[in-house]
Ligand binder design. Structure first.
Ligand SMILES: [Zn+2]
Length: 279
């Protein structure tokens, strides 16, 4: 059970930075962002023309609009040079990963000479990629709305054509997750990464939060959709919306009564099992 702070201390001791150690936590944050704002980040791993080298620190996510202009750039590049493939070294960076970079920068600047404060890096907006073979791809990216700032950070491209900033949404996602799993140690969900949020991030386990096994009134997401589908299939019809509303709760209570379960309207492990849902 390693905390984020313990992992950072070890990195500084060993002179190695690894933001891949929080890959589970990062996946949870991305899922939570997509729950707070439906499909704000989309996976782009399967775009034709990419040379994918998977690594734990890599999150192949962009905002949907940026994925489309990247698709166009890849298509144009491959039309001009059929054997050309793009190697992406970095894409979406979660607030947990940025926190690690920033802490190392603060405590060991010789390891990382510069890092943005969490909530302020444009890799946290789902609008930036780092391209290993940037020279080959630069003309096609520039022709399709991507920008390049020059030689100081030559691998870095970004696409901010009228897109929303989502870095505060990433912070909010972390704060929401934290509160859900630490009901006795709540923090304000304001999307700002202040000292309070940083301290809680330090105390978080690098493996992330425990798997959710309780779904209740007010929850949203894919599992709620599956609960509603299963209720309907079992004869307890309820609209399939992905939002756990009063109608869903009523249907759950009826289902629980019928099956001899504790009829509280909350879907925990027993009710999930009875509904045939495995997480
Ligand atoms: Zn970059």
């Amino acid at each position: 059970m390693t905390t984020v702070k313990e992992a950072i201390d070890k990195m500084i001791q060993a002179n190695v930075v690894d933001t891949g150690c929080v890959s589970n936590l990062s996946r949870q944050i991305i899922n939570q962002m997509n729950t707070l704002q439906t499909s704000i980040l989309v996976n782009f791993e399967s775009l034709p023309g990419l040379n994918i080298v998977p690594a734990p620190y890599l999150n192949f996510y962009l905002q949907a609009g940026a994925k489309e202009t990247l698709r166009a750039a890849l298509r144009q590049g491959m039309t001009q040079q059929p054997n050309l493939r793009m190697t992406v070294n970095s894409a979406y960076r979660t607030v947990a990963q940025q926190h690690i970079l920033y802490r190392v920068f603060q405590q060991a600047p010789k390891l990382i000479p510069l890092a943005a404060k969490p909530g302020n890096s444009n890799h946290e907006n789902g609008l930036a990629i780092d391209v290993a073979n940037y020279n080959a791809w630069k003309p096609y990216l520039l022709a399709n709305g991507w920008k390049w700032l020059g030689g100081n950070d030559p691998v870095h491209f970004f696409e901010d054509n009228g897109r929303t900033d989502v870095d505060d949404l990433g912070v909010k996602a972390f704060q929401t997750l934290w509160n859900r799993f630490n009901p006795n140690d709540l923090m304000t969900v304001d999307g700002k990464f202040g000292t309070q949020t940083a301290a809680k991030m330090d105390r978080c386990l690098i493996t992330g939060f425990a798997i959710v096994t309780l779904f209740r009134f007010g929850d949203n997401g894919a599992v709620v959709t599956r609960i509603q589908q299963s209720l309907t299939n079992n004869g307890f019809s309820t609209p399939v919306t992905g939002g756990f509303d009063q109608k869903t709760k009523d249907a759950v209570i009826k289902f629980q009564l019928k099956r001899g379960l504790s009829a509280d309207g909350d879907v925990g492990p027993m009710t999930l099992k009875a509904l045939g849902i495995r997480l």
